[in-house]
Design a binder for this molecule. Structure first.
Ligand code: PMV
Length: 335
């Protein structure tokens, strides 16, 4: 059924076994698989309205608002290209107006591109009446951002690197539901300035210059298999060891690029030491850090309050965000 307006929601996700590096930059195909958790609380909400038929033979986005402000033309063109890739030619192509809001800071190391593209692709599928299957939606989300396909699902999610040249098998799939192991997440924001090197540029530099890149790729399937088993067994200590290992290995790999990529600041490092100290005292918590200075503390169920109290006291921690594990992307209203 054709809708005139829909609202889609999605949450950001955090990788525990990290993705870094592309095997095909043009198709945005990952060089390694990854394992993530989808968060609750932090949320992208995207409203898409469908107007009259477009003047040309393709879908046209005449308005794109990000947190209430008009988006740059370059982004509008990118999203329009994605909408046309999804368009199935089922009737006259529409004009779309898109209004998207995050209830958390955008482009601040909190994975807003993952929730943003997951909500967008889910919303476009509905408003364009496409009915793509899960793997096709994964492909469209991945074109937007490598980690976005993981936000299509809730809880614990696996993303396959895939072997096909066209990327048809580089897809996300659910591993364990959010309510099956309700971990707590505390995010320590240690900087509000945007990062100097984007993930795309950083990945390409790492692939081209880091001597550790082949070893990183070679070890990933072993890490993924072990972490998947730890998740299935709800083995927190095992998942903690593997996640910190993957995080530090990724940052070591980046630091060894030329010039080296250093995304941490002093407060990032202080948080990592504090989380290690907490864990040594028996608190169920471990860290992970993406391509930015924010620290994500993953806590065993019920440990979030104690961890937040300690991280909030660290010099240089500007704000904390709290989350649990959340649902996958979905359409929440349609008319
Ligand atoms: O989704 P991208 O292209 O911004 O890459 C995400 C990379 C990391 O956040 C560092 C790791 C990951 O797997 O999410």
């Amino acid at each position: 059924m054709k809708h005139s307006e829909i609202v889609a929601q999605a949450h950001p996700n955090i990788a525990l076994i990290k993705y870094w590096g592309k095997r095909d930059a043009r198709l945005n195909l990952p060089a390694v698989g990854s394992l993530s958790i989808t968060l609750s609380q932090l949320e992208t909400c995207t409203r898409i309205a469908r107007h009259a038929a477009a003047p040309d033979d393709c879908v046209y986005i005449d308005e794109l608002l990000l947190d209430g402000a008009p988006a740059e033309t370059e982004l509008r063109t990118r999203l329009q290209t994605l909408a046309n890739q999804m368009w199935r030619n089922n009737g006259p192509p529409p004009v779309l107006a898109i209004d998207t809001h995050n209830n958390f800071p955008t482009a601040a190391g909190l994975a807003s591109s993952a929730s943003g593209y997951a909500a967008l692709v889910t919303g476009l599928d509905s408003i364009l009446d496409c009915h793509y299957d899960d793997s096709e939606l994964s492909t469209f989300a991945r074109i937007g951002s490598g980690s976005a396909a993981r936000s299509l699902y809730g809880g614990f999610v696996l993303m396959d690197k895939g072997l096909q040249e066209d990327g048809s098998d580089a897809i996300a799939r659910p591993l364990l539901g959010a309510d099956e192991w309700p971990l707590d997440v505390v995010i320590a924001v240690t900087s509000t300035t945007s990062k100097q090197t984007s993930s795309t540029d950083g990945m390409e530099r790492t692939r081209a210059t880091s001597p550790f890149f082949p070893a990183w790729c070679a070890g990933q399937e072993t890490d993924l298999a072990a972490a998947s088993s730890a998740v299935r067994a709800r083995d927190f200590d095992q998942l903690a060891d593997l996640s910190e290992y993957s995080c530090l290995k990724m940052h070591g790999l980046m630091m060894a690029a030329q010039p080296g990529l250093l995304y941490w600041n002093a407060a990032t490092l202080a948080c990592l030491h504090e989380i290690r100290a907490l864990r040594n005292r028996g608190v169920g918590v471990f860290f992970t850090v993406d391509a930015g200075p924010q620290v994500k503390a993953i806590c065993a169920p019920g440990e979030g309050d104690a961890v937040a109290a300690i991280l909030g006291e660290i010099d240089g921690v500007i704000t904390l965000h709290r989350a649990g594990l959340g649902e996958g992307a979905r359409v929440v209203a349609a008319r």
